[in-house]
Design a protein. Structure first.
Length: 227
């Protein structure tokens, strides 16, 4: 009788241990699947393009309309969008430029750099087209264009809002896994972008820029499987 009770006791312990191990494995698998799901929904993009900028308020006096170079990094999660962008342009000064302690004489050339972080949401999207409004925060920086780098510059904070209109190509998926064990799926896009940057803060040099850009970019994501 004692042997039977002992045997039953061992069977109960074994079953309980097996159940606990299964529960732990299920939790681990669920966590791993959740992490894979997040990774598969995250898109990373890179873009470059040309822009045209016109200026208002105080900016309109020293600066001419200008053509510049745009570069950006995009992150997409479902319909949410986070972007890091820089616009580089320059203009010959029509009058003396004075921004706080920064001063440039009329006739010299000034860089007008516009960098910002933007947050957006895709309000309309198909496999070929996307409309994406965004808002953001950043700043203008001004520095003399010259052979001798003096290191003097001025910075003014700004806010930005605008729209992206994206025409997307068909998606392509890699046939082999990358070095971390994921398949890569991506596409290219052509983007028409318009945005307005308004100066904010304590500087007495107030102004804005209206910017239109034509941009080409790529975006992609990673998939654990392509079944």
């Amino acid at each position: 009788m004692k042997k039977i009770i002992t045997l039953l006791f061992l069977i109960v312990i074994s079953n309980n241990s097996y159940s606990q191990n299964n529960d732990k494995n299920n939790v681990k698998n669920k966590t791993r699947n959740t992490q894979n799901s997040y990774a598969e929904k995250l898109h990373l993009g890179f873009n470059v393009g040309a822009s045209y900028s016109t200026y208002g308020k105080n900016f309109n006096k020293p600066f001419d309309n200008s053509i510049g170079f745009s570069v950006g990094i995009d992150f997409f999660y479902k319909k949410l969008f986070l972007g890091f962008n820089m616009l580089f342009t320059s203009s010959k000064l029509n009058e003396d430029l004075m921004i706080d302690d920064f001063f440039l004489n009329e006739g010299k050339k000034s860089m007008i750099n516009n960098g910002n972080i933007t947050l957006g949401y895709s309000i309309y999207e198909t496999h070929r087209f996307r409309i994406l409004p965004f808002i953001g925060y950043g700043g203008f920086s001004f520095v003399e264009v010259s052979n001798n780098n003096s290191g003097e510059s001025a910075f003014i904070k700004n806010t930005v809002f605008g729209l992206n209109f994206d025409l997307k190509s068909n998606k392509k998926t890699s046939s082999k896994q990358n070095f971390i064990g994921y398949y890569e799926r991506g596409n290219s896009y052509l983007r028409a972008k318009i945005f307005i940057s308004n100066s904010v803060g304590e500087s007495s040099f107030k102004g804005n820029s209206i910017n239109m850009a034509l941009i080409i970019g790529i975006q992609g994501r990673m998939l654990k499987s392509i079944d």
